[in-house]
Design a binder for this molecule. Structure first.
Ligand code: ADP
Ligand code: ZN
Ligand code: MG
Length: 495
């Protein structure tokens, strides 16, 4: 079948088919220790040092479930609108792989942690923006396998090394319904998923470190057909770009085969970023290949309604509702609200600036504008901002109160970043406060008028546009500190 994948079908042919996609997302929970033992989960330790008899699967060692991992899994479930089962059961999923020392993964099978969830996505489709709800079939907990490192060299021989530090790291697997209909929808789904999981802080979702990875199940059917086609699964997509490329490539490959009268083989495939193609990895194993059975060393996981309620109380506001609140409460534009809520630290920083400044529009403009530029320049995250939210809020308050001009404020921001001082201190010390005192301004205005007799004559002979020239000169003479409103009023009187 693979030879047919080189016959890329034309766009018109692809357009006759509808892709059907379901995603399986693996997310590493941000616990300090592993899911069934006390070993550290940290990244970057020397190979095979964060291991113990339990995660090495030595005979007689018994797993003990990490309560924090369960708590994170509950939070993720609630954030993704899933119904949590009061009883769920761990099961052994048996397969043999060099980096799986136990010879099985401890997962959940017929009684998963939670079910029947959903996320809402917004997609920029070819015919404009649309919204859609994607169902989540289930979320279950499991332990991660170790890592095979295939590029080891020793005495100029190639070796594969096994690092078991990752073995036993807690994961949740989030399985979607086959509701996704394009690579763009898959991309939007993973975007929302990542955003929500980061908001509830159950995972860093750092894709480069493999803390969030995604398998894409793809099939195609003729538009209007009811029955789903046979699916192929593309494994281990560890970036948004690869997800999109792999899904589009897989759709093309399958349409090429089906439209040519061929049949899709149900199998697991790998995406090769170098060629942009997916290749066969193994024929699809079925559930019975894994010989699932209940894990005899762990009792069923009981989660009471009281526990769920307690966790629910600690949940932060999620991005969707925060976005709506920013529009309704602060009068922000939809787009600004979206930018400001995309990441929780940004949203929280913004709200603190609003609190101190009392001006949401200004806070939005400065956080997305001058502050964002400053952070980009300094290559810093907002959590490491050299200007605190409170100080930025004070700066905006000084503008609002007419104590400094917007221009002076822009000059002050980098100084605040360097010294860490509050704008009040800097304004005081550098004598930057806006001059709205009339007697001080009158002196500057008189000087400027006296120095420009030609322009004065032009003005008096009816060329009133010269007014702008005078205002500019006065602002310059005051080093930007003159209050423009007062200047305008006084100047009119003088001229
Ligand atoms: P399996 O038993 O092969 O693991 P599942 O029914 O558990 O299959 O589904 C795994 C994933 O594949 C889910 O995300 C599901 O939505 C998706 N899926 C199921 N059938 C199809 C299909 N025909 N086309 C595309 N995706 C599918
Ligand atoms: Zn261990
Ligand atoms: Mg399955």
């Amino acid at each position: 079948m693979d030879s047919m994948s080189s016959l890329a079908p034309e766009a018109a042919v692809i357009a006759r088919y509808e892709p059907v996609i379901g995603l399986e997302v693996h997310c590493q929970l941000a616990t300090r220790t592993k899911i069934f033992c006390g070993c550290a989960t940290g990244f970057g330790a020397a190979p095979n040092t964060n291991v113990c008899p339990v995660c090495l699967g030595l005979p007689g060692a018994l797993p003990v479930l990490n309560r924090q991992a369960v708590e994170f899994a509950i939070q993720a479930s609630l954030a993704l609108n899933c119904k949590i089962n009061n009883t769920s059961v761990f099961a052994r999923k048996n397969y043999f792989y060099p980096d799986l020392p136990k010879g099985y993964q401890i997962s959940q099978y017929d009684k998963p942690l939670s079910e029947h969830g959903w996320v809402d996505i917004e997609v920029d489709g070819p015919d404009g923006k649309y919204q859609k709800r994607i169902g989540i079939t289930r979320i279950h907990m499991e332990d991660d396998a170790g890592k095979s490192i295939h590029d080891g060299f020793k005495d100029s021989e190639r070796y594969t090394y096994v690092d078991l530090n990752r073995t036993g790291t807690p994961l949740i697997e989030i399985v979607s319904e086959p509701d996704i209909r394009s690579a763009d929808e898959a991309h939007a789904y993973l975007t929302v998923m990542k955003q929500v999981l980061q908001y509830v802080a159950v995972s860093t979702c750092d894709m480069e470190k493999g803390h969030l990875r995604c398998d894409a199940n793809v099939s195609v059917r003729l538009k209007g057909a009811e029955k789903f086609g046979t699916k192929a699964e593309v494994k281990n997509l560890n970036s948004f770009r690869f997800l999109k490329l792999a899904v589009d490539q897989e759709i093309e490959r399958q349409v090429g085969i089906v439209d040519g009268g061929g049949r899709i083989v149900q199998e697991t495939r790998l995406f090769n970023p170098a060629t942009g193609e997916t290749v066969t990895m193994r024929s699809k194993e079925n559930a019975h290949d894994y010989r699932y059975f209940p894990e005899p060393d762990l009792v069923p996981l009981q989660i009471s309604d009281a526990w769920i309620a307690r966790v629910r109380e600690t949940m932060p506001e999620l991005p969707g509702s925060r976005r709506n609140r920013f529009v309704n409460e602060y009068g922000l534009r939809e787009y600004d609200a979206q930018v400001l809520t995309a990441e929780r630290p940004t949203a929280e920083f913004f709200e603190e600036v609003v609190k101190t400044s009392g001006d949401a529009r200004a806070a939005a403009n400065w956080v997305m504008g001058d502050l964002a530029a400053l952070l980009k320049e300094a290559e810093k995250e907002i959590t490491e901002s050299p200007v605190s939210a409170a100080n930025l809020g004070r700066l905006l308050k000084l503008i609002g109160e007419g104590k400094i001009s917007g221009k002076i404020a822009k000059e002050l921001l980098p100084k605040m970043a360097t010294s860490g001082e509050s704008p009040d201190v800097l304004v005081e010390r550098e004598g930057l406060s806006q001059i709205s005192d009339e007697s001080a301004l009158i002196k500057i205005i008189d000087d400027v008028i006296a120095a420009n007799p030609k322009q004065l004559e032009q003005y008096r002979s009816g060329k009133t546009t010269v007014m702008g020239f005078f205002v500019g000169q006065i602002m310059k003479a005051s080093r930007g500190q003159a209050d423009p409103a007062v200047v305008n009023k006084l100047l009119q009187e003088k001229l």
